[in-house]
Design a protein around this ligand. Sequence first.
Ligand SMILES: [Zn+2]
Length: 263
Amino acid sequence: MIVALAALLGLVFGSVLTALISRQAKGERWATGRSHCPKCRHPLAVWDLVPVLSYLVLDGKCRYCRGVIGASYPLLELATAALFALAAVIRLGPAAFGGVEAFLAPDWVLPLLRDWAAIVVLVQIFLYDLWFGYILDQVTLPAIAVFLLWNLALGVPLPMLLIGAAVGGGFFLLQYVISGGKWIGGGDIRLGALMGVLLGWPLVLVALFIAYLSGGAVGAVLLASKRKTVGSQIPFGTFLSAATVVVLFWGRAMLDWYLYGVL
Ligand SMILES: [Zn+2]
């Protein structure tokens, strides 16, 4: 039951995210005015905004101008829904599929809300960097403050969070200084600090490791298929945010397996 609620909530947030990102990209403010078709600018009605369903009903076209709406919109909504549901299953275990009795022992609520908030932020960073090649400070800076306080409220020791932020941010700051800002941008430093306060020490290291491994693998494939040249930028914020979600879900298990060989 909670897993279904989680998926529904994820759909809604996925839908809001697509609207926000397309607005941020045009330099519009966060939530001004009605949503409109990206092609013809026609304002959208409430029934045009129902996640996934409206896309299927309208066959991926705008109701007003019949312009093609990219499949990335419903895909992003579905992906966010899947991540929300997965977070619920990981936090609650089998109780995620049970009835309301899980609310009798609601110690999972704050951690799960934290996971969902983190998913929203990380999906935004993932997509924005993928599409536009930027990591927005207006996202990372507030998120650093929010997740630092949230994790403290959850009882994570402050030194773990501060060391995490120093390692995550410092890792990129060092590269920034060495390369004179050529390898990475300032946005990566802020994202590194965000990963640190979200995951804490030592899990931030696991996330960096996974990001470099997957980024290197994808980069090699793109190079081999001539989609990219050696000098061209790959959106590293995309890999960092994806790796952070993975570590948020399974980081502790991965670390235990690596250190002690037990799952
Ligand atoms: Zn249109």
